[in-house]
Design a protein around this ligand. Sequence first.
Ligand SMILES: [Zn+2]
Length: 344
Amino acid sequence: MKIFYSESFLKHTPPFPHPERPERLKIALKSLEEKGFLKNLEEPPSASLRDLLKIHDERYLKRVFEASSTVPNMLDEDTYISEGSLEAALKAAGAAIKCAALSIKTENVFLALVRPPGHHAGRKGTALGAPSQGFCIFNNVALAAAVLLNRGIERIAIIDFDVHHGNGTQEIFYRDPRVLHIDLHQDPTTIYPGTGFPEDVGEGEGEGSKINIVLPIGSGDDIYQKALEEIVLPILEEFRPKVLLYSAGFDAYREDGLADINATEYTFFKLGEIPREIGVKRVAVVLEGGYSVGLRLGLPAFLLGLTGGAPKFAKPSKSTEGVEVMAQYYFSRLKKVVSKYWCI
Ligand SMILES: [Zn+2]
């Protein structure tokens, strides 16, 4: 495994108390060090304007660059810009691009350990009618996918398991069948950004390539396990991706702070096992959210699953009957729509 990380990521600093803060990466680094994952750290390059234009609108980029010259500044009520933000955001995007580019050269796992996160950033900033960009400046994982598309890779899977819907990524590739986007997130009627329902399957040629798995409040590891077995793995096996990109957020971890889902190490380990389950050896991981315990425990469990380690943690968490019924409802709704395109 190779990790791309820069001290620049710590220079994106909120002007007031904010969950998306530099300490997040310090928690991640400490935990990875303790678990023996912190070996191959490399400084990423910065993304170029040409790279960014592959997925973002010129006017939006102009707005970001202009906002960065008068700091501190706000892109919207959730998304701040500080002195070091532009440098951090360009390096975060560059790290994701680098990971994707390396993944098609070498069969290995590449991790972009970055901030700010990216999956809520759409072509023009806010995406699919969301109220804000949710702490995101450039869409790092979408850039990784765009670079692969540019190099002629036609079957790319993005698995976004951040607890919030990856609305920016979804918007950017909504009409593109070459990008299968599977997104597992908390029920959008209960959390930001309020998008990502089972019926949102993509448009035009992209119809059927966007899979939104809705998790009711209180979902535990048992619900994730069901989602993996009944939806995620069968679709991936049918799609046979050349490269698997993860939009990896750890805020679904129980009591991580911003959501109401009860995933534990068990789920993150299982999510990490996906490439080996489906026989894909080219993997790039881009960090999204995760604000406390998710980064401390979920991230290393995920990497353990990715690298074929043996799990050493407690039993999976169980959901209540009410939550199971709700999950069943959402899964049936999804299967009804998606079975038109996939054998599930
Ligand atoms: Zn999130």
